[in-house]
Each structure stands twice: as C-alpha cells, then as structure tokens.
Design a protein. Structure first.
Length: 390
C-alpha cells in the first residue's frame, strides 16, 4: 500500500499553472523524442514569440498562477535578460500568487556558479536537474552533454543557492546492474536532494536509441530489469524518508512538485511555446511543434493551436489514469458526482479482479494501487478505462 495516505493533496500543493517550453538543447540525447532544436540562432526571436503568445493568451487562466514551470528542451540555456523579459511579461498580464513555485529545468553542464547566481536572482525558486545517472557509461550511452563529475559538482554548488531541488534519474538501462542502480540512488541520497523523479528507460520511435537497438549496437531494454530496479527504488526511497506520491516521483515531506501535482489532480494549466499543451477542464490544446512556423504564426498575431474537446468518457479515463498513479488514488464519490453512477459502478466492477489479486485496494471511498501493483499502475488504469457506456 502507499504509505502516508492523505485523502487530498496537502494544502497549497497543486493549483493553476503556467508551462513555458524552451525548445533548445546543446545536443540530442539518444532516448529523447521531445520537441527541440540544437541550433540556438533563433533563441532571442523565439523568446520574443513566447512573450507575445503570453499576451495573446492572457485571459485563458481564470485566476492566480500558483506555479510557473520552464520545461524543454533546456531552459538553463536562457540568459538573464531573456528570463527577465519573460517574467516581466508574466507580471504585466497575469495575476501571480504571493508565493508561487517557479521551477526551471536545467542540465548539469550549464550550472556554473555564475549561472546559479543568476537563476537565484531571477525569482526561480526550484530547480529540476537532468542528472539521469552518476556513471559515465550511462551518460555516454544516453549522449548526455555532462559527465559524471559535473553531475555531482553541480548539485553541491546548486545547494548553495537553492533549497528546493529535484533530480531526474533513469533506471532499466541496458547493462545497468542492480548494484550500479543502487549506487546511483546512494549518491543522490548522500547529496541530500529532497526530490527525485525516476523513470524507466523507454525506447521511443524514431530515436537514436531505437536505431541502435535495431542494429544490435545496444542491447534491448528488459522490462524485468526495469521492474527490479523500480522495486529497489521504492525500498530505498522509503527507508530514506521519501514519499512516493506519484508513480515516478519521490519527495521529502514539504517537497512535492506543486506543478506536477496540479497536472495529476486535474487543475487547469496554460502551455506556452512550440509543442506546449494546455488544459482548461473541458478542452486540451497544443501548439505546433515547429519553431519557424510557430514564430511566424505568433508574429502574425495568430495562435498555431489545435484543440480537442473532451467527452465525458475522455475525462473519466484521464481521471483514472492520473489518479491511480498517485498516493491519493481515485475517489468513487467524485466519479459518481462528476460522471454519474454508471461510471462508478463500472470502475468498481473492473477493479474487482485486481483487488482480489492484491494489486488494487479500496480505502473508504477511494481505489488505490497496492505496493505490489505500483509498477503495473498504467496497465491497471487502462483496465478501468471505458470506450462507450451505451
């Protein structure tokens, strides 16, 4: 079972959010299928476009921003003037809460003392650092721009400027032994990082990693190894006092990601920049994933957006998918109130075989994933999905 169960997210965690996509990277990681460009020539022009899109969409957030998240790509490539320009635009056109969580994703090779000092002065108050591994062989396989020494050094330096730090770690990699994965976790814990996001390596279509595996240059990803590493992760994090509040996320008390918790609990958010997604409770929208076309459209005063109106069933399925990944599970009362009695009865019916197999359990009005079922949570959620109630 999940430890530390609370009926709802802690007070102050999760709220209206702003996501800003910075689509630039120094080099392409072999596993990544996110939208980015390795050419920085149009960076300042794109920042201008981001600010213009903020102005064009200023009325889409129905209240005070609780979180601002710079994702990518590599937001740590932004200069002080570019960050200041974005913050100035936000302040001029949005209401921002008195104490927002402002996260910036960063790569270790960018985090010099000067860069960290600049970020700390920019109102950024949380760093999400893409460490991925503390071992050279893993970083080379992933084609990361930093090395193992930089991974440690940047965190020691970052702690001088930031208290709220998260790192990403990847498990289930080819040739990653259980011992090496354990040492990765030991290094992260020794550095006293209060939040860790950890993901199994996945082979996305049309990535360099997929091509290497097809050619036999890299061994295929082994799901059994990934599951074993996940079990090691869960045990090690629990012993260290971390709360596994979402499948891939582990935080010390008080260090949950407010931004991501808002996503998982169905709050509205506005996504700015090429490929960025938005959600307003009824529709999802996403920007074109092409930098030149995005810039051209914004400069013309147009929004390069596609929209999808969510059906009742879509909303139910999304609630189940996100809820079962979290410590809070899914509420049967909420399902009945939001979607109807038939949806509640369907969810309970579909859950029964997994309850009997000790993969799900019911606590008061909530369906949650057991310790045994955690690694299977996405599959369990899909079993509770429905296509059509008619």
């Amino acid at each position: 079972m999940f430890s530390g169960f609370e009926e709802t997210p802690p007070s102050g965690v999760g709220g209206l959010g702003l996501y800003i996509h910075i689509p630039f990277c120094k080099q392409a990681c072999h596993y990544c299928d996110f939208h980015f460009s390795t050419s920085l020539k149009k960076k300042s022009t794109l920042v201008d476009a981001l600010c213009q899109e903020l102005i064009l969409r200023k009325d889409e957030i129905p209240g005070s921003l609780q979180t601002i998240y710079f994702g990518g790509g590599t937001p740590s490539l932004l200069e002080a003037e570019e960050l200041a320009q974005i913050f100035k635009t936000i302040d001029a056109h949005f209401e921002v809460s008195a104490n927002p969580e402002i996260t910036l994703e960063a790569n270790p090779d960018d985090l010099t003392g000067a860069k960290l000092k600049m970020l700390a002065a920019s109102r950024t108050n949380r760093l999400s650092i893409g460490v991925q591994s503390f071992f050279e062989e893993d970083l080379k396989l992933m084609n990361r721009a930093h090395n193992a020494t930089e991974a440690v050094q940047c965190l020691e330096l970052a702690k001088q400027y930031f208290d709220n730090i998260s790192i990403d770690l990847i498990y289930g990699m080819p040739d990653m032994s259980d011992a090496r994965w354990q040492k990765n976790l030991d290094k992260a814990l020794a550095l006293e990082i209060p939040h860790i996001s950890s993901y199994a390596l996945t082979v996305e279509p049309n990535t360099a990693l997929q091509k290497f595996i097809e050619k036999g240059v890299v061994k295929p990803v082994d799901d059994a190894v990934a599951q074993r590493h996940f079990e090691i992760l869960i045990e090690r994090m629990q012993k260290a006092g971390f709360e596994n509040y979402e499948f891939s996320n582990f935080g010390k008390p008080g260090y949950y990601s407010q931004n991501n918790t808002a996503y998982w609990t169905g709050k509205s958010y506005l996504g700015i920049g090429p490929s960025a997604h938005s959600y307003d409770g009824a529709t999802r929208s996403w920007n074109i994933n092409n930098n030149p076309k995005y810039i051209k459209a914004i400069q013309s005063g147009e929004l390069p957006i596609e929209r999808e109106t969510l059906s009742m069933t879509d909303k139910y399925n999304e609630y189940v998918m996100t809820g079962l990944r979290t410590i809070w599970g899914i509420s049967l009362i909420k399902i009945e109130e939001s979607f109807g009695l038939k949806y509640k009865e369907y969810a309970l019916q579909q859950a029964q075989k997994h309850i009997q197999a000790h993969l799900l359990f019911v606590d008061q009005d909530r369906i949650l994933v057991t310790q045994k079922g955690k690694f299977l949570s996405d599959g369990l959620a899909s079993d509770l999905f429905l296509i059509n109630l008619s």
